[in-house]
Design a protein around this ligand. Structure first.
Ligand code: WTA
Length: 653
């Protein structure tokens, strides 16, 4: 167990809900939560019908849930709705068209504001621009953009015409983008000539050009729509490339929303699993929207006058559910920021909170650890009194970071919601409800409505209080993934085959304490979480072995104070295994090219051999211990080549 997890196991501080917060919270007492949670599990049809009714359906649904072909779920069967109309039109029809939807700030300091009416007009124009390029319902469109308002508009424009968006985070390399374009069969890419990050322009269009080249002769992409954000020079392919601003001049701002079946795919989002190939997680329209809507409303206790800020990039699921769909389905006002938290200074986030009077702030533990390291002087003197609620997501939060967040940012008055969920779950699954849940540092606490969470052992037996085991979800929920794009078998195998009876296996370890609160202990598979970004050991290994210098590679995670986990690669090189800095550098750069900088190993250790069992299996447990500088414990008798351990311990850069 890592130190981080040991700390969580020992944590006993508890903070009662604040009575001020409770007085106005949507869910007003723990008893009310318990009653509603019980109903959501025992009578899911009744509970979810009550919620789904609040969305503007174009055609009412019949059955609430059809689980007869589990694990393939159908929610809100035969209902029709459009996600962009949920996010935009309904608020305008309700007379809130002048309410601010997005308060946007670019990294260089430029600012824009969009009301809900302005967003609708912009989204309709964008949708018409896509249509003008022949893009229609069911087509897949890759989006590779910086955090500019046009990113949210692009997502909603796809939703409006029923095109399936596949957003790829701007930190992924051309190769990774090409793999996702090919796998999804994307016929269009929406990008930008650049985006600002730490004072530099990210050359996004160049990466798209390279990706399209890498897709080769059978590349399905016929259109690359480029939003002008910078003055960055771009190559131009007259057939394929279109400037967004030029196309806009040819279209108007009226576009009726496409009536989508509840189970029509809304988007694909690729994430790492325990093999080398990323998975195209598939989310559909009705269930996902109901989940995003309700979780945003309750977990963030959103009120009409809140200013919400989720710092996640729309390239990740958090940005899908809690920048685009959830806040907008609730008609919220939110802040969107393009750049890095330390540009131009380490106080940038706190300035933004002060300037826009942010009241609900949602960020990642890795960012909080960076703020702590940068020092309190960047926070001191900033007026953070508008804040009333804080949240975290993406990885386990260490108790010191939680305490700092509570004290320094939340002024000891704001509840913290530590939200556990995944790309696959679509929305928040385990989290405190602010104002009513007693919180503890590092504890995700209680299952959200409709979530039947349990701790099971490998055989499916439910474990007792404080016993560590596998987290399991025993019932379907509306925003659950509906499959993996083009790979039904992998869907069943990865998520539904650990135990009999259609129980969902998220791949995380957890325990449940005497109060019934869940503590997430981290991944139990070969997924590493670096700065809240999911990466698979196998993915990094296959990137490494694709280089001529590499004979074999094994990749593990080790604890890291800043990034949560860091990647350590043990590599058998083609030549001599002396720790050659230039080889290490070459290999790190190669991973950046194959996947993206975010997957770069923190350490590459060159070695003659890897510790293996007599049957030839790499002993990852030993490698994890070596990478973390821990004593090797446990049974060593199965190791075939014990002498190699000494060499591995010694090799370090
Ligand atoms: C981890 C991000 C502990 C977990 C929304 C999960 C967390 C993976 C938490 C999903 C949390 C997410 N506490 N661990 N509050 N939230 N995780 O798909 O291991 O990028 O399985 O979704 O992040 O990562 P993903």
């Amino acid at each position: 167990m890592t130190q981080k997890i040991d700390n969580i196991l020992r944590e006993s501080r508890a903070f009662p809900p604040s009575s001020d917060f409770k007085a106005t919270a949507h869910v007003a007492s723990i008893e009310q939560y318990q009653r509603l949670h019980k109903q959501s599990l025992e009578q899911p049809e009744v509970f979810w019908d009550g919620v789904a009714k609040e969305l503007p359906w174009m055609k009412p649904y019949g059955q609430v849930l059809d689980w007869s072909e589990a694990p393939n779920a159908r929610w809100f069967v035969d209902g029709k709705l459009n996600a962009s109309a949920v996010c935009l039109d309904q608020h305008i029809e309700a007379g809130h068209g002048d309410k601010v939807a997005i308060l946007w700030e670019g990294e260089p300091g430029d600012r824009k504001t969009f009301t809900y009416s302005e967003m609708l007009a912009a989204v309709c124009r964008f949708a018409n621009a896509l249509k003008a390029r022949g893009i229609k319902k069911g087509d897949r469109i890759a989006i590779y953009m910086p955090m500019i308002p046009e990113l949210a508009m692009a997502v909603l424009a796809c939703a409006r015409i029923g095109a399936i968006h596949s957003v790829v985070f701007g930190g992924f390399s051309a190769q990774a983008l090409a793999d996702r374009i090919t796998d999804g069969g994307c016929i269009g890419v929406i990008t930008s000539d650049g985006g600002w990050r730490r004072g530099k322009v990210l050359p996004l269009k160049h990466v798209v050009d390279a990706a399209v080249d890498l897709c080769g002769a059978h590349c399905p992409v016929h259109t690359v729509l480029t939003v002008k954000r910078t003055e960055n020079e771009t190559k131009w392919n007259a057939e394929r490339d279109v400037w967004y601003h030029e196309l806009l001049e040819q279209v108007d701002d009226v576009c009726e929303p496409e009536p989508m079946d509840s189970e029509d795919v809304l988007f694909l989002l690729y994430t790492s699993g325990s093999t080398g190939k990323p998975k195209g997680i598939m989310h559909t329209t009705g269930g996902y929207m109901v989940g995003a809507y309700l979780s945003t409303r309750h977990v963030f206790d959103l009120k009409a006058d809140d200013v919400f800020w989720c710092t996640a990039d729309v390239g990740w699921i958090t940005g899908h559910s809690y920048v685009v769909y959830g806040p907008m389905a609730n008609g919220a006002t939110q802040v969107m920021y393009e750049g890095a938290p330390n540009a131009p200074t380490e106080g940038r986030f706190w300035e933004l909170i002060e300037r826009y009077k942010v009241s609900v702030f949602y960020t990642a533990p890795t960012a909080i650890r960076a703020f702590m390291k940068w020092g309190d002087q960047h926070v001191d003197g900033k007026d953070l009194s508008s804040l009333r609620l804080l949240g975290t997501v993406g990885e386990p939060i260490n108790p010191e970071a939680w305490m700092w967040y509570r004290k320094k940012i939340g002024g000891e008055r704001c509840p913290i919601v530590d939200t556990w969920w995944q790309t696959e779950t679509g929305g928040i699954m385990i989290s405190p409800l602010p104002g009513i849940t007693e919180t503890s540092p590092g504890c995700a606490s209680l299952p959200f409505f409709g979530v039947d969470a349990a701790i099971l052992d490998g055989d499916g037996n439910e474990l007792g209080e404080n016993e560590g085991g596998f987290l399991a979800i025993r019932k379907p929920w509306p925003s659950m993934l509906r499959g993996l794009w083009g790979d039904e078998e992998r869907y069943r195998e990865t998520y539904w085959s650990k135990w009999p009876g259609n129980i969902y296996f998220p791949g995380d370890g957890a325990r449940r304490d005497e109060k019934g609160h869940f503590w997430i202990l981290g991944r139990v598979d070969d997924v590493i979480n670096v700065s809240g970004h999911r990466l698979s050991t196998m993915e990094v290994e296959s990137a490494l072995v694709s280089h001529d210098l590499v004979v074999e590679a094994a990749v593990v995670g080790r604890p890291d104070d800043l990034t949560g986990e860091a990647i350590v690669a043990f590599v058998i090189p083609a030549g001599s295994a002396t720790q050659d800095a230039s080889v290490v550098k070459t290999l790190k750069e190669h991973v950046a090219v194959e996947i993206g900088k975010l997957a770069c190993p923190a350490e590459v250790r060159l070695t003659d051999a890897l510790p293996k069992t007599r049957s030839g299996k790499i002993m990852r447990r030993l490698l994890r211990d070596i990478a973390a500088g821990r004593e090797q414990k446990g049974d060593m008798s199965t190791i075939e080549n014990p002498a190699i351990l000494e060499q591995l311990r010694a090799a370090d850069v």
